[in-house]
Design a protein around this ligand. Sequence first.
Ligand code: SAM
Ligand code: SF4
Length: 333
Amino acid sequence: MINSKPAIVDRFGRTHDYLRISLTERCNLRCFYCMPEEGIQLRDKSEFMSSEEVIAIAKTFVDMGIKKIRLTGGEPLIKKDVKNLLLELGKLPVELGLTTNAVLVDKFIDVFKEAGIKAVNVSLDSLDEERFNQISRRNYFQRIKSNIELLIKHGFNVKINVVVIRDLNEHEIPDFIQWTKNQPVHVRFIEFMPFDGNKWDWNKKVSFKEMLQIAAMRFGENRVLKIADKKNDTTRSYQIENFKGTFGIISSVTNPFCDSCNRIRLTADGKIKNCLFSQTETDLLQAFREKKSIEPLIRNAIFDKKKERGGAVDFENDFIKSMQNRSMVSIGG
Ligand code: SAM
Ligand code: SF4
């Protein structure tokens, strides 16, 4: 489709063509790094985008040059009419993807196919059942593991997201990489990031450099091969020689990828966050409900985007302030 409207560009010239839409703040897991222990304050349904509103707002973004949409949350698959929503979004001329904890994936395989979804990202922070259940404060390890196998069997491009936290799971990095020996998965190790209520502390993060060293120590430096990263990719990707799968590191804390950022986030209550760490938001849903044009709001919100990490330049100090940000479950990771 030829797009007649100008692209969405910020003051630093970065073109934004990737939209992440959070479908809900609710979740069937309680991962401690994402969801505050006390849960999040439940709000009336009317404060959130209905599926029809998600579709209409997504269409506006697509008209403005969005080429890729990823659905997230909370857990996107618990939204009530998500099946229809996936099928409708699947009709748009975009690459549609999904990030899920995979608890409900077996119920959606056919829908994913019908909606044209090719890539599914699954969060799994431990290969050890007890540890996983401790992290997620629920008991779904076996179901998630078998749903990951199901996705692979059905030919989806599967990425596994692992949030790496010191003294919790960093010693599992080699086990996750070993998993890629025979499985065509891409495991992504994500640096633990600070959000409201997640008890982040500087010492709990494991840096990009350290993760790579752990891989080199186990598999040998010469066998850890750097592979090409896609344009705008937040992941630095690697492969162990002769392994089927690959792995990557996402280092928003120690080695940010802001220079090539092309992402826009839309929260479940219809607010634009122009950066994961931004402390400001733009309310699209209210304007949409008042039948105002949301296009100028989108352009202004992105134009105002800060150069790096929501303006946190001195990140050791400024990052602590990020903890006054929403919790991840309500931003949409
Ligand atoms: N429920 C879905 C899932 O878990 O995949 C989608 C939403 S979840 C918020 C999206 C991603 O954000 C997950 O991969 C999760 O691991 C990541 N995430 C949440 N809190 C994080 C944090 N504090 N630091 C780094 N990644 C985080
Ligand atoms: Fe739920 Fe995903 Fe957050 Fe875990 S990371 S609590 S699965 S939204």
